[in-house]
Design a protein around this ligand. Sequence first.
Ligand code: NAP
Length: 447
Amino acid sequence: MIEYRNLRVALLGAGSVGAQVARLLLAHQDELAARAGAGLELVGIAVRDIDAPRTVDLPRELFTTDAESLILGADIVVELMGGIEPARTLVLQALNSGADVVTANKALIATHGPELSDAAEQVGAQLAYEAAVGGAIPIIRPLRDSLAGDRVERILGIVNGTTNFVLDRMHTHGESLETALAVASDLGYAEADPTADIEGYDAAQKAAILAGLAFHTTVPIEQVYREGITRVTKDEVDAARESGHVIKLLAICERLTDPATGAEGVSARVYPALVPAAHPLAAVRGAHNAVFVQASAAGDLMFYGAGAGGVETASAVLGDLVSVARRHVVGGPGVAESMHAHLPVLEIGRAVTRYQISLQVVDQPGVLARIARMLSDGGVSVEAVRQTIASDPSESPAAGAAAPAATATLVIGTHPAPESALAATVEALAQSDVVAAVTSVLRVEGS
Ligand code: NAP
């Protein structure tokens, strides 16, 4: 057997993930070389501060602050710095010099993926980013390769561990969002500034990446609809439990077909939604992630596991590293992604889903019929209604005061309806004289 020369690996970043990648690369050199068909020689690690404390003891002589020089002459560059710059510039430099790039950087791929893929294709290099979505969970390669012969219809993903942890605590411990978030922070599941997680930005980046791969279409991050979990209340979580659901922050990527024209489009959206308790995603607890894929021939598939963590994410990075190393050994250009479909990315109004609407209404005869008519006039048909009396009309008013109108809470489950129809109908309900308040509107997914 012909021995292939060692491949020079440059590592950018030695934080939570990078330090674990370096450790495993050094500890399992022989095994990884046997699998890749070539030795993987770690030639250096670029960081900001060589003297910063590290979670892993690594040879000091490998460290440098000169990332640009390090990538010169590297066969494979592993980018684990995070953020857009200087990561983007360094990755482009690496690709333009013909090096393969492995990255876990979802922000970079979601915002500059097409630019980086084009650069890779120009020189026949490989760009791999399995760890950018779902940490340790294999989902990029299944979408790009394993399902390349199938037709993905829909993806429902729990792709942010922090928000899943918070919602799970609210569900199982009856905590408020603020308390659950404080617990997440104490346990290291939430960043000091949790905005990117709780406002859904992180999940939206992952939705853009998943939708692009699933539908062979570039999905710009600006076109992913996004709502975070900050408005989810304890009452909504309790009501969800009572109605046999759990609330999950979902990244939803869907192929939509216009019934009139047959034209297809892509919907990519992130929001907290009610998921039936029997759905596999409802069982995803704590900070775990899962991606539920529905494909035309394969049917339903679920990918589940640790969505973050240094060593867990390092597993996905090393998988990419061995994979791109094999290509070096075999020769030939890297395999580009197929983004041939060019489907339009549709606005949120085109999404069709079920809703659960909670209203406080005046408790008098005919109210239910009026509300049902308003919904049907708006193109939203009712599937089920639950009613509870919220205030007692028998309580005697103070002398001279008018008797307060009794109010009732209506929880209305709808049949699937377009988002645009629902928004207009909820607006009409809020204006109605029989509705005291629209207390909650949640989408129902996975039913
Ligand atoms: P991290 O702990 O913040 O580490 C970042 C590393 O990059 C540090 O070693 C830092 O150097 C270095 N770095 C940052 N800016 C640099 C610059 N301008 N020049 C040179 N070095 C620089 O980050 P992480 O958690 O390991 O995440 C790395 C990537 O993996 C991110 O894209 C992240 O989104 C992704 N990811 C992380 C996880 C996870 O669980 N952590 C999961 C999935 C994906 P110093 O050490 O000197 O500061």
